[in-house]
Design a protein around this ligand. Sequence first.
Ligand SMILES: [Zn+2]
Length: 366
Amino acid sequence: MKKSNLLLICAAFVLAACNAPKASDSADSPVDKILLRDFNPTVVNNIPVTNVDKAKFPIIDMHSHDYVEDAGQIAQWCKNMDEVGVLHTAIMHCSWIGRPFEEVVELYAPYKDRFRFWCCFDYSDMSPEGIEKACALLERYHNELGATGVGELGDKGEGDTYARPVEGRDIHIDDPRIQPLIRKAGELHMPISIHIAEPYWMYLPMDETNDGMVNAVNWHVDTTNCYGYWKLMETFENAVRENPGTLFIACHYLNMSHDWPTLGAMLDKYPNMYVDISARVAESAHTPRATREFLIKYQDRVLFGTDNGFEPEMYRNIFRVLETNDEHFYIPEFGYHWALSAFNLPDDVLKKIYHDNAERILTEYK
Ligand SMILES: [Zn+2]
């Protein structure tokens, strides 16, 4: 056989091997079988994995709830806080189906140095006289029971459905009827923590175009008969603008972590507005560079919060995202299919977000 013929035959073999059907081309390709909700990849990259056992600076957790069943669990919570470096924690009583505010304060009394309490607005009587009584109750909670703030109020479109014991259905934060309560909170120097809307993906069609669908489907908001995302933002902005003497903490980055420029513009406009970072690690750590830039630019207006129980691991996941330079990792509990990357925040920024901004609110705003 001539040498050139042999070469041709070899080339034909190579081509045939390259063109052999791949698993992804065949009818029973795993790509056609694996559901997005089952996507659970193993990272193969040889890249740093950093465990942060304890926060780099002492922390004030500005967003938590009454997760305990009994006093014994409060003792365990304090131990966990010591272990991970949390000085004290704000308990948002509102939005919590459980014991009444008075009982919460009593239960935590032996550990009162470690916890602060946010209470509800009372919507049981919406007449002007009723609202006057609600203002008096707020004052009593503040003066006698030591309520530090109000919240977490929560409006996903149908009004403040987080309120306890009476839901504020159809009562939005800019409702003229509750403005005396908002002013009263300002007079008493009680910040109002409020959860407005949900992350933007929860309002989009649940189809193949929805980037956050895997988690969004669990929290999908049907706005057929209630306010939509941007209308809710308008109610919040109205309240913040009309009540410059009241300090508002927009929980979960105001559920606007998909749109840092718009959120930043609001912070620029309203000095009486802060955001907390609670429960939005996954929604911000898939865009680490943009988030880092936002956190650095608004380092004086961002508060640390958790909103997710009191296991040490829960805190550590957040520390890893804020403190390290790790990239492309998954935290399956957050429910999204995307990988996360950490922010590697500078120390001075970290210290403000962990502690100093909250401390300023809790002392100077008092
Ligand atoms: Zn919460």
